[in-house]
Design a binder for this molecule. Structure first.
Ligand code: SAM
Length: 288
């Protein structure tokens, strides 16, 4: 094998694993070993990765609060012919993570910028989702406030593009309830949790079913990617009750509706009498 050429001067955007350390690439390791310094979102976090791979290199913090100051420093070094790597805590820098400001400034200053591709939670979740990968839209995190979140979901285009979001574990139930409010209980979604990690999980199906699965758990833990199908389901599909009555009632109760009112609403949605819904609900409960 021929010796690799010395690393050219420039800015290197190095993707790191999103859980499984085996997902670091050979090239990422070589670049991290060869640069003059590594700019990290959190130096302590990156130090663990560097220790694991026996890489000894000066690190410097680079995050949203010091991006402007650091960019000036990095540009001075880069103009002097140095090589700087940017890494985030996990995954691809610049994707819902710091990176894009220094990239824009480096390009403006005529400095070479090299992507070193690797793990990314959004793309990993998308390819395992079963939803269309032909076109997709990545939105980063949804707003934390319920009203703004619902408005964003309302404003999405349903022209076939799969919508990808990052979501925090303490907000995932509320967000799924918002998806039901805006798009209905049958809207197809996928959730990828703890991708590449020990407790990796992929949930796929109508949003109400996925919500029911998560709601039945004692605790919701881990990192989540939420994907929404880019196609609205037809009225016919929407009126076909694929969700059990118990699930439909649970979902409504999670939104703060009383059990009695939830049963009434499910009866109305399915064009059934209250006593019939009640009987079916008791039967379903007895089966579990
Ligand atoms: N730059 C990263 C990337 O390339 O994926 C994303 C950084 S963003 C600050 C962190 C969010 O990504 C988490 O809150 C979660 O929504 C998602 N995420 C990161 N790692 C994940 C994993 N292993 N499984 C599922 N989602 C993950």
């Amino acid at each position: 094998m021929t010796e690799a050429a010395p690393l050219a001067p420039g800015l290197y955007l190095v993707a790191t694993p999103i859980g499984n350390l085996e997902d670091i690439t050979l090239r990422a390791l070589r670049v991290l070993q060869s640069v003059d310094r590594i700019a990290c979102e959190d130096t302590r976090q990156t130090q663990k990765l560097l220790n694991h791979f026996h890489i000894q290199k000066p690190t410097v913090s680079y995050h949203q609060h010091n991006e402007v100051v650091r960019t000036v420093e990095f540009l001075d070094d880069l103009r002097a012919g140095k090589r700087i790597a940017i890494v985030s805590d996990a995954g691809t820098p610049g994707i819902a993570d710091p990176g894009s400001k220094v990239v824009a400034a480096a390009i403006e200053a005529g400095i070479a910028v090299y992507p070193i591709p690797g793990a990314n939670a959004a793309i990993s979740a998308l390819i395992a989702s079963g939803l269309s990968t032909e076109t997709f839209t990545f939105h980063g995190f949804l707003p934390a406030k319920a009203g703004q979140r619902q408005s964003q979901i309302e404003s999405l285009a349903f022209n076939g593009t799969t919508h990808i979001f990052y979501e925090a574990p303490h907000r995932i139930l509320e967000t799924l309830a918002d998806v039901i409010t805006v798009l209905g209980p049958q809207h197809p979604i996928a959730i990828a949790r703890e991708v590449t990690k020990l407790h990796e999980e992929h949930l796929r199906g109508p949003v109400s079913e996925v919500l029911a699965t998560l709601t039945s758990r004692d605790a919701i833990k881990g990192e989540f990617v939420l994907l929404l199908s880019g196609n609205r389901i037809t009225t016919e599909q929407a009126s076909t009750p694929q969700t059990s009555i118990a699930t439909a009632v649970d979902v409504l109760m999670k939104q703060g509706i009383s059990e009695k009112d939830a049963l009434k609403q499910v009866a109305r949605d399915r064009n059934l009498g209250k006593s019939e819904i009640y009987r079916q609900w008791q039967r379903e409960k007895a089966r579990h």
